[in-house]
Structure formats: structure tokens, C-alpha cells
Design a protein around this ligand. Structure first.
Ligand SMILES: N[C@@H](CCC(=O)N[C@@H](CS)C(=O)NCC(=O)O)C(=O)O
Length: 202
């Protein structure tokens, strides 16, 4: 199984989940600017041109982080990385995964380099992000992890994207529970291994 990634970007969550699930995989680095990997044209693997992408043992290519995370969790039911498919708890988990993907991941992602954006637009995005982060922070005031007492792949996703806040100037000082969450997550062996494997700093 191959996980296509770029250091520090949003495949980190999938990698953490694969390690938490105890699944075997290879990491394949993608140059996101050139759309190339060691095998050549990355768009021939994934026409969308972005990561994460997980090439399953049967050759099927799975994309979209929030879905990849669920597939991984479902491969290792004994690890309790997500509630069972079809239960109300699972829908709650999907709600959080979608919230992270569409409200936090995409909000933070839009603040990175590339796009030419004036300061006013940036501040508007940051203000909206602040509201979304406050929702997650308040939730974590009462829960050590997003789904309650136990780690789930939603935590891996949140950890992955919240790592970017410092890089794009999003203030986390008033979100004490999010800061505590990030410290807790950084102590997990799977997180340490994933971060080391991408050659980035914890
Ligand atoms: N819809 C995708 C978006 C993934 C995404 O934003 N990937 C970024 C890195 S964090 C990327 O590869 N960007 C390069 C590009 O868009 O060309 C998902 O949710 O997995």
C-alpha cells in the first residue's frame, strides 16, 4: 500500500492513522509544485494532482483525506479508531471530519503562499477561522479527544492541520484546550514516528 505525501502537508493525518491502525505501507513523496514523484508524472497516478492519495493493495487509488481516514479506521476495528459504520456515533465522527476538512483545513490552507491575497481578505479568513477554532476549543474543554475519552482518526486530522496555525499567523493563544490537545497528540508514538518519517519537526 502506498501513501502519497508531501512533508508537513495534509497526508500526515493519513500516515498517523496507518500507524495507529498497525497497517503496512510505503511513503511516496510528491513534489506538489512540479506534480512529480520518483515514478514521474503524479497526475497519471492522481489526476486531481493533490495529496493525500492512498494506493490500496488491489491497486485502487483512494483520495480525499476524510474518506481515507475512515477507510483506514475500518481496516482495524479492534483499534477503535472510529465508531462502527451505521451508528449515530459514526455520523457524529463524520460531522467532525467534515468540519475539519471544510472549515479548518481549507481555511488554513487558503492562507499559504501561492494565492495573491490582500491583507483585508486574509484578516476576514482569519476571523472566520477564529470562530471555527473556538468551537473546537470549547468542545475540547470537556473532552480530551474529539470523540470523547479515546483517540480517533479525527484527532489525527485536527492535529495535522492545526500544526499550520503558527506558519500562517493564526493566533492560538486564546484556545488553551487546543494547545493542550496539540501537546497530548505530539506525545503519541504514532505521531512522533509519522513526523520523523516526513522529516519535519515535532
Ligand atoms: N480535497 C482534498 C484536498 C487536499 C489538499 O488540500 N491537499 C494539498 C496539500 S495539504 C495539496 O496537495 N495541494 C496541492 C494542489 O492543490 O495542487 C482532501 O480533502 O484531501
Amino acid at each position: 500500500m502506498n501513501l502519497f505525501y508531501s512533508p508537513g502537508a495534509c497526508a500526515l493525518a493519513s500516515q498517523i492513522a496507518l500507524r495507529e491502525a498497525g497497517l503496512n505501507f510505503e511513503l511516496v513523496k510528491v513534489d506538489l509544485k512540479a506534480k512529480e514523484y520518483a515514478g514521474g508524472d503524479y497526475k497519471k497516478i492522481n489526476p486531481k494532482g493533490y495529496i493525500p492519495a492512498l494506493q490500496l493493495p488491489n491497486g485502487h487509488l483512494m483520495t480525499e483525506g476524510a474518506v481515507i481516514l475512515q477507510w483506514i479506521a475500518d481496516q482495524a476495528p479492534d483499534k477503535n479508531l472510529l465508531p462502527k459504520f451505521g451508528t449515530m456515533e459514526r455520523y457524529k465522527a463524520m460531522e467532525w471530519l467534515n468540519f475539519i476538512a471544510t472549515e479548518i483545513h481549507k481555511g488554513l490552507g487558503s492562507l499559504f503562499g501561492g494565492a495573491v491575497m490582500n491583507e483585508e481578505t486574509k484578516e476576514q479568513i482569519k476571523a472566520k477561522l477564529g470562530l471555527r477554532l473556538a468551537v473546537l476549543n470549547q468542545h475540547l474543554d470537556a473532552n480530551p479527544y474529539i470523540l470523547g475519552e479515546n483517540f480517533s482518526v479525527a484527532d489525527a486530522y485536527a492535529y495535522n492541520v492545526l500544526r499550520w496555525t503558527g506558519l500562517v499567523g493564526v493566533d492560538m493563544t486564546q484556545h488553551a484546550s487546543l494547545q493542550k490537545f496539540m501537546t497530548t497528540m505530539a506525545e503519541r508514538p504514532a505521531v512522533k514516528e509519522a513526523v520523523a518519517a516526513e522529516g519535519i519537526r515535532l
